[in-house]
Design a protein around this ligand. Structure first.
Ligand code: 1QQ
Length: 375
């Protein structure tokens, strides 16, 4: 009976988590052992974000652990891109006292509920892909190393306008997601500040598959440029349907479009998409090239921005752990704030006083099915 009970209990205990690396949070000899919880979007329609992110973490983990100063053990939980699942994953991880910090969750929508809980529990949390306004301001323990939309979008819109003599823009955004709404706020403000005429503002919801009504209206108003705040799934379908209707003006997209999935899903229809990102994989920087090679060898695909940000994030954690001298939540939080000019594959990294990031993005455009520098 007892064996049967055990089998039943383990079958009922919900989603399993993945653990990689050895040891718990402690210091043995000169090595700092640290257990870090990861909350990632690894199943569902946006799973390619979480897949790239967890790959980036695992690659950095291997390199860091090989160096022998810090030994990181990652406990990875899936949130499926949902607030409730992200929150319960976070609660499970936080209740383990041997976990010193959290990485993730993937979406700002998720961070909006997980961040305050981490703050309450006094555990450092760092988003590697959360770009909405106000994330690090949730509290002292909340950080991110991802370039905020408020910095990326003005750069991409300015470049698009300069290159295409734009006067009229249409805006299309998801109104049920923290990140897509925040991106919209920035797009609207930038367009107004630049004196562009906003011909219409259209909305959609997650999982929507038919954008005929919105696109027909936009087409009739003949904008020179479409500003679109979406995650890759909805974004790619919107571009595909727009091109099929004969809407061939360029699009400016936010961070959600910085995934090769856009090209995978939309094919040729993705041409003309303009984005800003701190990551450009074809850079002739030896650190970037070494990362590309190692990533491709390990995962049989090219890394994207999300993999790169995750990779750098784990190095930031490792550096802060070294400086903290032990795997302690409060000491780690202080040490994170002290990170200065840490050289990563995205350039030199420092947090500002809020635990937010300041970086210069590169503007890219998709041409012939490839992201290229937009010059
Ligand atoms: C956010 C984002 C998404 C595109 C992450 C995958 O930037 O939710 O903030």
């Amino acid at each position: 009976i007892s064996i049967l009970m055990l089998v039943l209990l383990s079958a009922c205990s919900g989603k399993s988590s993945e653990t990689t690396g050895e040891g718990t949070s402690s210091k043995e000899g000169d090595v700092i052992n640290a257990k870090i919880g990861v909350i990632s979007y690894i199943t569902g329609p946006g799973a390619a974000y979480g897949e790239a992110i967890t790959n980036g973490f695992k690659l950095a983990q291997k390199e860091i652990n090989d160096k022998g100063e810090v030994n990181i053990n990652l406990v990875i939980e899936d949130s499926a891109g949902k607030q409730e699942e992200a929150l319960s994953a976070a609660q499970k991880l936080m209740s383990d006292d041997s976990i010193v910090a959290l990485l993730g969750p993937t979406l700002s929508t998720e961070m909006n509920v997980v961040g305050p809980e981490a703050e309450l529990n006094g555990i450092p949390i760092m988003g590697t892909s959360t770009t909405a306004e106000g994330i690090p301001q949730i509290g002292e323990y909340v950080f991110r190393n991802s370039l905020p939309e408020a910095l990326a979008i003005p750069t991409s819109i300015k470049k698009a306008v300069e290159k295409n003599s734009v006067k009229k823009v249409a805006i299309l955004y998801g109104n049920d997601d923290v990140f897509t709404k925040s991106g919209f706020d920035t797009m609207k403000k930038v367009a107004e500040d630049m004196g562009l005429e906003i011909v219409t503002i259209e909305t959609f919801q997650k999982g929507q598959s038919d954008y005929n009504a919105q696109l027909t209206k936009i087409k009739g108003l003949e904008p020179d440029l479409i500003l679109c705040s979406a995650l890759y799934n909805e974004g790619a379908v919107i571009m595909d349907q727009a091109r099929k209707m004969g809407v061939d003006v360029p699009f400016v997209g936010g961070n959600g479009f910085n995934s090769p999935q856009v090209i995978e899903i939309a094919g040729k229809a993705a041409d003309g998409l303009i984005v800003a990102t701190p990551w450009f994989g074809d850079k002739e920087n030896p650190k970037v090239q070494a990362f590309n090679e190692k990533y491709e060898a390990e995962y049989k695909m090219k890394p994207d921005q999300f993999a790169a940000q995750a990779y750098d994030a784990l190095y930031i954690m490792a550096e802060a752990l070294k400086n903290a001298g032990e795997a302690d939540r409060d000491k780690l939080k202080e040490a994170l704030l002290e990170i200065k000019d840490l050289e990563g594959i995205l350039g030199k990294f420092s947090f500002d006083k809020d635990g937010d990031v300041v970086m210069d993005p590169t503007v890219l455009i998709i041409k012939d099915g490839k992201f290229k520098v937009f010059e």
